[in-house]
Design a protein around this ligand. Structure first.
Ligand SMILES: [Fe+2]
Length: 189
């Protein structure tokens, strides 16, 4: 059976067109490949477009904005960084730009920070904590995961300071001891 070889792009419909373009350019250091008043295509790597934005104020000016937090559909899109250092440096860069995560959590299998864009769409920036998919699968079958499948809250500023002082990647990626992280209201579940 043939399967897709990769995820290509995500397309957002918005009535905050310029805000959304600015936010995705900042967060992903993305470049605008093409833009007109109704559509824009952005990329941050070798894909011709990773994001597209449809300006609903032009395409459907009479339409009403739906409450993005209470609908069924996509909860978030997750993006993996290669190293915990890259994740933490991105966290810091965005914090300096005034963009902060609404949830900071070690899921056991990933260390994750979650953001909401100007429309309230969620995304997760993560780093894998397991060496491979087999190790992650084994952890997800464990008693520890059954007891706490959500994870433990983390403080990225503390991890960043530890990273800067030379703490190993292995140590930074360890699941901290703590109670199950509460799921924030902003997560929409
Ligand atoms: Fe996720």
């Amino acid at each position: 059976m043939a399967r897709p070889s990769k995820l290509a792009h995500v397309v957002y419909m918005t009535r905050r067109y310029n805000q959304m373009l600015n936010w995705y350019q900042t967060v992903f250091e993305a470049k605008v490949q093409y833009q007109n008043p109704a559509f824009a295509f952005l990329t941050y790597d070798d894909e011709h477009h990773r994001f597209a934005f449809a300006n609903m104020s032009i395409l459907n000016p009479e339409g009403i904005e739906m409450d993005a937090t209470s609908k069924v559909g996509v909860n978030h899109v997750g993006y993996t960084f290669s190293t915990v250092g890259e994740l933490l440096e991105t966290y810091e860069r965005l914090k300096q730009a005034g963009i902060t995560p609404y949830w900071r959590v070690h899921h056991g299998v990933t260390l994750s920070v979650y953001y909401r864009d100007p429309d309230g769409n969620r995304l997760e920036f993560q780093v894998d904590c397991c060496a491979n998919a087999d190790e992650a699968h084994t952890f997800m079958q464990s008693d520890a995961f059954a007891l706490n499948p959500i994870g433990v809250e983390i403080d990225p500023d503390v991890l960043l300071a530890q990273y800067r002082s030379g703490t190993s990647q292995e140590q930074l990626l360890k699941l901290p001891v703590g109670p199950p992280a509460p799921i924030p209201r902003e997560h929409g579940l």
